[in-house]
Write a protein that binds this ligand. Structure first.
Ligand code: UDP
Ligand code: MG
Length: 345
């Protein structure tokens, strides 16, 4: 049997041991309701809490499930990318493993795909159980991204989405290291639409996105899709230049025409010096962000390293630059899944 599955579900996993069984069960329930073939690709992004052992146990019992074990924690966006690289489905669905994106929504995404849309993204109409800071920062973040980028990245939309194999194929060719996957799928184009859903509370565990990572993520998003931060420098310089003309004129007038001494104190000088230095350092930081990313891209390292796989064959990846362990080190389940995964390349 086993030709290409209709659906590939890709879920990144970083220490989700308490969520995996339920997540797997809900995916099975949602996908089996379609009565079509599917595969579930779990990408282990360097878990240390026994998630991998549990995934391997589940994969051993169900040939539709595969596990891609990354050599360390590469981050959410890279883990998703690895999953897309291996996915063979006619439609690829990205979903978080913590049940915040309910698998029960998947059939609604599929429906739109059947209607002829190549990207169906899930829009959060409501977010449950997240801190005020997270909700507020997310709201501001999505609106800012929407405003300053040229492509149309929908607001309140995470990575939970379905994409047609065509779109996945384009995504596989976009090998940038600083990835904002939701922006990248918007960039591809084709017919796109959204489906609203309620983003649930995390079923178990805590968020893997502390403030530090959220800021790095936001910087990646902005620098990947906009030069606006570089362009605002010119406006700031115009404003400062105009201010200097006005202040210069006022001071000259006061001194020459009325003999008054204004703005003479050292304090003014010191305050202005500090203010302007802070502007300059801020813009140097912005330039540095772009320069560092340019350097990082130019090194052209592989996006991730795969340490082990179970339930699939590395050959599935085709021409992608992915490192895999020698065959001898792969998990035992791999051999048994070979027959089911070998005929569509
Ligand atoms: N995740 C990952 N690598 C990371 C961080 C997160 O694979 O470095 C996974 C995580 O296991 C989850 C998904 O990405 O399935 C979303 O992460 P999380 O729920 O922590 O983010 P949040 O929903 O809080 O934004
Ligand atoms: Mg989450």
């Amino acid at each position: 049997m086993s030709s290409r599955p209709v659906y590939s579900i890709v879920a990144p996993v970083f220490n989700e041991v308490g969520n995996l069984r339920r997540f797997y069960a809900e995916v099975v329930a949602a996908l089996d309701s379609t009565a079509e073939s599917w595969e579930l690709l779990l990408v282990d992004d360097g878990s240390t809490d026994g998630s991998q052992e549990l995934m391997l146990e589940l994969a051993a019992a169900d040939s539709r499930l595969s596990v891609i074990g990354l050599a360390r924690n590469f981050g959410h966006q890279i883990a998703v990318t690895a999953g897309v690289d291996y996915a063979r489905g006619q439609a690829v669905i990205l979903i978080d493993a913590d049940l915040q994106d309910p698998p029960a929504v998947i059939p609604r995404l599929i429906e739109k795909w059947r209607d002829g849309f190549q990207v169906v993204y899930a829009v959060r109409s409501e977010r449950r159980g997240e801190s005020l800071l997270k909700r507020l920062s997310a709201k501001v973040f999505y609106r800012m991204i929407h405003r300053i980028t040229e492509i149309d990245i929908p607001v309140d939309t995470g990575d939970f989405r379905l994409m047609d194999a065509q779109v996945a194929q384009v995504l596989r060719q976009m090998r940038e290291h600083h990835r904002f996957v939701r922006g990248m799928t918007s960039w591809v184009g084709f017919k796109q639409t959204g489906v609203e859903y309620v983003r649930e509370q995390r079923a178990w565990g805590v968020t893997k996105y502390p403030l530090r990572k959220m800021i790095a993520f936001a910087l990646d998003a902005v620098t990947s899709f906009s030069f606006f931060p570089l362009q605002i420098m010119i406006y700031v310089s115009f404003i400062l230049a105009s201010a200097s003309l006005v202040v210069g004129a006022v001071i000259s007038y006061l001194r020459l025409a009325r003999g008054e001494q204004f703005f003479g104190g050292q304090a003014t000088t010191i305050i202005l010096l500090l203010l302007l230095s802070s502007f300059q350092l801020f813009f140097l930081f912005i330039i540095g962000q772009y320069v560092a990313r340019t350097y990082n891209e130019s090194r052209d390292r592989p996006l991730y390293v795969v340490a082990s796989t179970a339930g699939l064959r590395p050959a599935q990846v085709g021409t992608q630059r992915v490192q895999v362990a020698p065959a001898g080190q792969q998990r035992a389940t791999e051999a048994s899944a070979e027959e089911t995964h070998n005929d569509d390349l």
